[in-house]
Design a protein around this ligand. Structure first.
Ligand code: LMR
Length: 326
């Protein structure tokens, strides 16, 4: 086929008027005033500006279009073009992503970025090849903390008999709580506030910015700052759609995404700090900061998970992650 510079094809090979506006629907599940919410809006504004309005990015926050458990399917079918789920939620497609759910895998954001921006990130991206999904970036949310309505959780035995909400699709997260003697219920993010306020679950794990923006802390008087696991996002675009875009548009999107990613990571750290102060000053929450010896106790309980999930996640990925830390 002979094509000219003006010949543009849609995702299904159909001829498209090159002057036609390109609409990108970006769907996500969190509030606007969160790292992901703010970064999605910034990305939308910059892409529109930089393409002179040729591309319009419509952002749909708060699960208004699709919930967890629905958005991956919507992306693959092309009902939306971009989503940015927490990595744990990709485990339904590629169980290797549960690597990032292993407790205490990383100690700080520097280690996370070094791993995800390097070989480990490439290997994880490669697992998505067969699924009509093209990965654009890793965004931060932050390290997870534990909240609950019943009692301070300081030592592993304090978890016994409590029920925790866990994100959908991750067996590692379920086992993490089971090894502490707690029960779990998998639940989409949009259902968590209700479940906590009705007492259907006693607690949950999340980043401070989610705990604050979803007002979880209002029904959760106990917060343990444990930093026991990392929660981050992978920004994904529908692959057929991506390769149907003119290359100059792809270039703008890629460059803008790289720039917004750096901004988003700074923003995530800032918001977690700022929202922590707000939760503290609300006076509604008893906060316990985990000590190094308590961390050792939790880590000892979790150690077996690395063995238990080695065959599911793959030795190579676990070793790669541990190597990045050294
Ligand atoms: C959760 O389900 O708790 C989080 O993954 C929500 C999010 O996207 O930050």
């Amino acid at each position: 086929m002979i094509t000219t510079g003006c010949d543009r094809r849609g995702p299904d090979g159909e001829q498209v008027d090159p002057r036609e506006k390109i609409v990108i629907k970006f769907s996500h599940v969190v509030a606007e005033d969160t790292p992901k919410g703010q970064a999605a809006r910034r990305f939308a504004r910059l892409v529109e500006e930089r393409t002179g309005g040729r591309v319009e990015v419509q952002v749909f926050p708060n699960s208004v279009l699709y919930k967890d458990g629905e958005e991956l399917d919507a992306l693959q079918k092309g009902a939306v073009q971009i989503i940015a789920p927490t990595t744990s939620k990709l485990s339904s497609l590629a169980p290797q992503w549960q690597l990032l759910d292993l407790p205490y895998l990383f100690e700080n954001e520097e280690q996370v970025h070094k791993a995800l921006d390097g070989e480990l990130g490439k290997k994880l991206f490669a697992t998505l090849e067969p699924y009509n999904i093209y990965p654009l970036a890793f965004w931060d949310n932050g390290f997870k903390q534990i909240t609950n309505s019943k009692r301070p959780v300081v030592h592993p035995e304090d978890f016994k008999g409590l029920t925790f909400r866990v994100m959908i699709n991750s067996k590692v997260l379920e086992e993490q709580f089971h090894s502490l003697g707690a029960d779990t219920i998998q639940m989409p993010f949009s259902d968590v506030y209700d479940a906590l306020s009705k007492g259907q679950v006693d607690g949950q794990e999340n980043t401070v910015s989610n705990i604050y923006s979803q007002r979880f802390y209002e029904t959760q008087p106990y917060l343990t700052v444990s930093n026991h696991g990392y929660m981050g996002y992978v920004v994904l675009i529908n692959k057929k759609f991506w390769f149907s875009l003119p290359s100059d548009i792809r270039k703008v999107i890629e460059e803008t995404m790289a720039e917004v990613t750096l901004w988003e990571r700074e923003q995530a750290a800032k918001l977690n700090r700022k929202n922590f102060e707000k939760i503290k000053s609300s006076g509604e929450v008893k906060i316990h900061i985990q000590t190094p010896s308590e961390r050792d106790e939790w880590q000892a309980v979790f150690a077996h998970l690395y063995q238990q999930f080695r065959s599911v996640i793959g030795n190579e990925l676990i070793e790669e992650a541990l190597r990045t830390k050294r």
